[in-house]
Design a protein around this ligand. Structure first.
Ligand code: GLA
Length: 380
């Protein structure tokens, strides 16, 4: 990818990039909608990434190009308005620029910028967080800083929350920013605190991307966010992580509407599943981890109501496969992708057969990918 980036940069801007950074996609392993509730989450960085090249300009203009779009987005010196339409991908690097002063960082005033990716866009693998982190790295280093990785994680989240306007938690940026090969990233979102958990040998990842994505997915994500906040308020706690309800009799919890009780139950039990998975990972017990993954999906289906019939069919099919430890929807839900943790024996033929079961129902097979773990964002 590096030489492709150099070639395209030269063709687009007539010079070579001075700085190049790479940021991977991520798989949400476990901890669904726990991050913005102050809970814990586990994710893994993968071996597909967004690459960004940058060369400084002296005239203050900022020109953005991407291998996913035709043409340039050319912004006048100092212009910081959100872009719309086909140029809206530029809001991710622009949001990073907007975040920088809040973190004591400076970016060059003008530059030429090219993003390229081998990460499927819109497949629930966090291509947007990858674009944010790769941008943050080139901007920071081109601005003369040697940034801390955790600072850039926070910058990227600020960009997403405050500039792009998505009320996401820290999962995506934390895993993209801090991931490492053969490791899971554990995040306690309250600190935030980060830790690395070795992935036991014998765990393989497959992702199946459904052809459907709910048209209102951003609105539904924000709605769940709001429902969780309301549930926390009804329970008299700042965040659902503070609700002392592990093992509660959910029928009897006072003050919660039935919707609030379902959302709170998913989050509280999911945080407990993350804790149980960390213990099982440390024991190398993939059978237990796999059961926790599938239990997470069932909770999404039943309590958080962020699954779809397509995601459910994939999990039902994978759950019964002898080469699969466990499977669940990964990311926000309402469409998108299912991840499966499989044994080494699960191969392309198995993935194709799973796809055929789906194709018989939907007319098209899901895109399937065998993903390896990879390193987090950094300068090349
Ligand atoms: C999306 C968000 C994350 C997280 C997940 C659900 O991926 O970007 O912050 O909330 O959904 O767990």
């Amino acid at each position: 990818m590096k030489s492709a980036l150099f070639n395209r940069f030269q063709l687009t801007f007539g010079v070579t990039p001075e700085f190049v950074a790479r940021a991977p996609g991520r798989i949400e392993f476990l901890g669904n909608h726990t991050d913005y509730n102050g809970g814990t989450v586990l994710g893994v960085a993968i071996d597909r990434a967004v690459w960004v090249g940058l060369t400084r300009r002296s005239d203050g203009r900022r020109r953005f190009a991407s291998d996913q779009r035709v043409g340039l987005v050319d912004l006048a010196a100092g212009a910081m308005e959100r872009t719309t339409g086909d140029a809206c991908w530029v809001n991710y690097p622009l949001g990073v620029l907007a975040a920088f002063p809040n973190f004591g960082l400076a970016a060059p005033a003008g530059f030429d910028f090219l993003a390229m990716t081998d990460l499927p866009v819109g497949a629930g693998l966090s291509s947007s967080a990858a674009l944010e982190l790769a941008s943050a790295w080139v901007f920071a280093v081109a601005g003369g800083a040697s940034p801390e990785r955790e600072t850039l994680v926070k910058v990227a989240r600020w960009a997403e929350n405050e500039f792009v306007g998505v009320p996401c938690g820290l999962l995506d940026q934390g895993v993209v920013g801090l991931g490492a090969r053969d490791q899971l990233v554990w995040i306690d979102c309250r600190g935030p605190h980060f830790a690395m958990i070795p992935l036991p040998a014998g765990a393989h990842f497959w992702v199946f991307n459904t052809p459907t994505r709910h048209a209102l997915v951003d609105g539904l994500y924000a709605e769940r966010h709001r429902e969780c906040r309301l549930a926390a308020r009804a329970l008299g706690v700042a965040q659902l992580v503070d609700a002392n309800l592990a093992g509660a009799d959910w029928e009897q919890v006072a003050g919660l509407s039935s919707v609030a009780a379902k959302r709170a139950r998913h989050v509280v039990e999911e945080i407990a599943r993350v804790g149980a998975a960390v213990a099982a990972l440390r024991q190398g017990d993939l059978a237990v981890v796999g059961r926790l993954l599938t239990a997470s999906h069932r909770s999404s289906q039943r309590w958080f109501e962020n699954s779809t019939v397509e995601l459910d069919l994939l999990v039902d099919t994978l759950e019964n496969h002898p080469g699969v430890w466990g499977a669940r929807l990964t990311g926000g839900g309402f469409g998108g992708a299912v991840m499966a943790m499989t044994m080494a024996t699960f191969d392309e033929d198995d993935a194709r057969r799973v796809g055929e079961v789906c194709a018989a129902q939907w007319g098209t097979a899901p895109e399937s990918m065998h993903l390896r773990t990879g390193d987090g964002a950094g300068l090349i």
